[in-house]
Design a protein around this ligand. Structure first.
Ligand SMILES: *[C@@H]1O[C@H](CO)[C@@H](O)[C@H](O)[C@H]1NC(C)=O
Ligand SMILES: *[C@@H]1O[C@H](CO)[C@@H](O)[C@H](O)[C@H]1NC(C)=O
Ligand SMILES: *[C@@H]1O[C@H](CO)[C@@H](O)[C@H](O)[C@H]1NC(C)=O
Ligand SMILES: *[C@@H]1O[C@H](CO)[C@@H](O)[C@H](O)[C@H]1NC(C)=O
Ligand SMILES: *[C@@H]1O[C@H](CO)[C@@H](O)[C@H](O)[C@H]1NC(C)=O
Ligand SMILES: *[C@@H]1O[C@H](CO)[C@@H](O)[C@H](O)[C@H]1NC(C)=O
Ligand SMILES: *[C@@H]1O[C@H](CO)[C@@H](O)[C@H](O)[C@H]1NC(C)=O
Ligand SMILES: *[C@@H]1O[C@H](CO)[C@@H](O)[C@H](O)[C@H]1NC(C)=O
Ligand SMILES: *[C@@H]1O[C@H](CO)[C@@H](O)[C@H](O)[C@H]1NC(C)=O
Length: 586
């Protein structure tokens, strides 16, 4: 199903939890498992009389026999109990006469046993007219129970081998709210057409990791959260999602959806939809008719070649648009593709085939991920309208210093993080915004640093320059002069023959490993009183060339790494008033 080039693992910094939080407010509080399973088992003194051997009975209504390695159902359980917990045992069957007499039962917890469909006496449920919660996940059921009581609110049948659901398994249960069916073997044939008939309150339906080949047409009308990811879905039949006006979260990732498998109005009736995940499918076009309230749209890992005008710009509420790992080209992105998306603040375009910055970027975008493309130049006006940008990642492209316009960043007055690592830069970019806090230029060809390019960067906290070609002679005097906030300076994997002088006073972390440093003089760290960590691993230091005086006045120093030099080196650190030995040479 993955048809875009090479796959990049990058964790999207998206608060997936934010929708879920909203849901919790919607639902009644009693959705949680009413039976505490954390009761320590054993001969609890508080057991009420008549408690089955080894079980715990904190009240007359509750029997907890969880995790006792039981092979048979406990006999003689009081007929009046309301909550029975038997999870984590070895039960293969439930005897009809034991189960059917528990007529007051409200919660039946049987997850993590070995119960087969033959071992589950469906008829017994007919007498359990108070049952509200049944947990049967992680058993060996091959078909769902033919009948479950109409009083049910939550049914969990996940992680069984179910191939078939019957009309009265979930149907005709006006109070049913959550159905968990993930990790089973259900195909569309096994999900009877009237599976949810008369169960309009179902708001959570989890059908992920099954064998569905199309989106079922008999979905409950009130569903809020619908998970269909990890199936083999290649199409969504016309009208299948037309009655789901309450649906807020639709997961369809990791399926086989092609653009031909979607209609022009497939999603158009989903007025409440906020989160649509279509990633890792086989889409060649952005779906038409997306509803306006979608907040997060995940289209990553598909086969999109372009973005037409209109389609996306109708999704007025969009905040996160994830388009990574497709086949997007710069010319394929229409200049109007992002028009009107006033709330869009996060745009992921990484791992595509962009050779330049697409025009018409969303005006309010704050986080723009363009890494792993083939971007070869940044023009004068490429970022002229994206004044809200705070985070820009251009790493692993094909940028040369000469092809970045010296005024390209002039409008980015809120930019805090700029990553141009993994390109072909030989010089620091010109005109860097003074708001910058993190600048990453590692893995380039930098061979010169000069103060003009770092002027006024008084907010800069981190400067990453590892893996370049910097020599002491290529660092102009005064280079660090204005970096009053710099805390981290990474100069590792360069060609430095000694520690650069006049480092900023604010510096706390200095990385110099893998250079050619051969001497540490008494005054080397004279300006850096606040330094905490210095790494000098794998340089050319001999013990005789390291002055202990260099470290003597650094009262915050915690770590000096001198390993990997030609000979072992001992130094002492002054820390909280006493001398301690630190990492020694090997
Ligand atoms: C993607 O869809 C096309 C038709 O739209 C189909 O020929 C192809 O087999 C699909 N790819 C995969 C990996 O299923
Ligand atoms: C079951 O309970 C009855 C009365 O409560 C008692 O007489 C009987 O011995 C019990 N049987 C077992 C097997 O515990
Ligand atoms: C659906 O599953 C059932 C039961 O496993 C099987 O007999 C049937 O062939 C499957 N249908 C399709 C279309 O795969
Ligand atoms: C749904 O149930 C009603 C009875 O409550 C019945 O009349 C109707 O035919 C059923 N619909 C389907 C699709 O099974
Ligand atoms: C994906 O769907 C296409 C039809 O669009 C079908 O030919 C192909 O076999 C499906 N692939 C898988 C792995 O289900
Ligand atoms: C930019 O992307 C790279 C992945 O190539 C990642 O390692 C880096 O942390 C990103 N930069 C920032 C500042 O987030
Ligand atoms: C740096 O800041 C000073 C004072 O704010 C200003 O006069 C000067 O033009 C700035 N220089 C650059 C290159 O932005
Ligand atoms: C390192 O110390 C040796 C022995 O004291 C001395 O000959 C040499 O010049 C020193 N090297 C440097 C780079 O200071
Ligand atoms: C380094 O210090 C250790 C522990 O204080 C000591 O045993 C060792 O001889 C010293 N090595 C050198 C080369 O001074």
């Amino acid at each position: 199903m993955l048809c875009s080039g090479h796959l990049l693992l990058l964790l999207a910094s998206i608060p997936y939890s934010f929708l879920l939080k909203n849901h919790e407010e919607d639902e009644d509080e009693d959705d949680d498992l009413p039976l505490s399973t954390s009761q320590p088992s054993g001969d609890s003194a508080q057991n009420v009389p008549g408690c089955p051997a080894k079980c715990t009975c904190p009240t007359e209504e509750t029997v907890d026999c969880g995790g006792l390695d039981l092979h048979i159902f406990p006999s003689n359980i009081s007929a009046d109990i309301q909550h029975l917990s038997l999870q984590n045992n070895q039960l293969q069957e439930l005897p009809y006469h034991e189960l059917s007499r528990l007529t007051s039962l409200r919660t039946l917890n049987l997850h993590d046993n070995l119960i087969t469909s033959d071992g589950l006496p469906d008829e017994a449920f007919e007498s359990l007219q108070s049952l509200q919660y049944i947990y049967l996940a992680n058993n060996k059921l091959s078909v769902a129970p033919q009948f479950l009581p109409h009083t049910l609110r939550i049914v969990d049948l996940a992680a069984n081998h179910l191939t078939c659901i019957y009309p009265l398994t979930f149907g005709h249960k006006p109070g049913l709210r959550s159905v968990y069916l993930h990790n089973n073997h259900l195909n569309n044939t096994g999900l009877s057409f009237d599976a949810f008939n008369g169960s309009d309150a179902v708001s959570t339906l989890i059908l992920s990791s099954n064998r569905l080949t199309y989106v079922p047409q008999n979905l409950p009308r009130g569903v809020v959260r619908l998970h269909l990811q990890n199936n083999h879905i290649s199409r969504i039949p016309k009208g299948a999602l037309n009655s789901q006006g309450r649906l807020r979260e639709l997961y369809l990732q990791n399926n086989n959806l092609s653009s031909e498998g979607l209609g022009h109005s497939t999603f158009s009736k989903l007025k409440s939809l906020e989160y649509l995940d279509l990633s890792n499918n086989n889409l060649t076009e952005v779906p038409a008719g997306l509803p306006a309230n979608v907040v997060i749209l995940h289209l990553g890992r598909n086969c999109l070649k372009g973005l037409p005008p209109e389609r996306l710009s109708r999704v007025r509420g969009l905040q996160y648009l994830l388009l990574q790992s497709n086949a997007l080209t710069t010319s394929g992105v229409h200049p109007e593709a992002f028009a009107h998306l006033r709330s869009l603040h996060t745009l992921h375009l990484y791992n595509n085939q962009l050779d330049g910055i697409p025009s018409g970027l969303p005006r309010r975008v704050r986080s723009l991920m363009l890494l792993h493309n083939q971007i070869a130049r940044i023009g004068l006006n490429d970022f002229v309208a994206t004044y809200a940008l705070t985070e820009l990642n251009l790493s692993y492209n094909r940028l040369y210093s000469a092809h970045i316009h010296r005024l390209a960043f002039r409008k980015l007055r809120r930019l805090e993080t700029l990553d141009i690592s993994g390109n072909m830069l030989t010089l620091l970019p010109a005109g860097l915004p003074t708001s910058l806090q993190v600048l990453n230029l590692q893995k380039n060809q930098l061979n010169a640093l000069s103060p003009e390019r770092l002027v006024n960067l008084t907010m800069l906290k981190e400067l990453h320059l590892a893996h370049n070609r910097l020599q002491i002679s290529s660092i102009s005097p005064g280079t660090w002069h204005e970096l009053h906030s710099l805390k981290l300076l990474d100069l590792s994997f360069n060609e430095l023959s000694y520690v650069p002088p006049d480092l900023p006073e604010s510096l706390e972390y200095l990385y110099l490993q893998h250079n050619r440093i051969a001497v540490i003089m008494a005054e080397t760290f004279l300006t850096t009183h606040n330094i905490r960590v210095i790494t000098l691993r794998s340089n050319r230091l001999l013990a005789a060339n390291v002055s202990e005086m260099a470290f003597a006045d650094l009262k915050f120093l915690e770590v000096v790494d001198l390993t990997g030099n030609p000979e072992p080196i001992n130094i002492s650190l002054l820390q909280t008033g006493r001398w301690v030995h630190t990492q020694m040479g090997t």
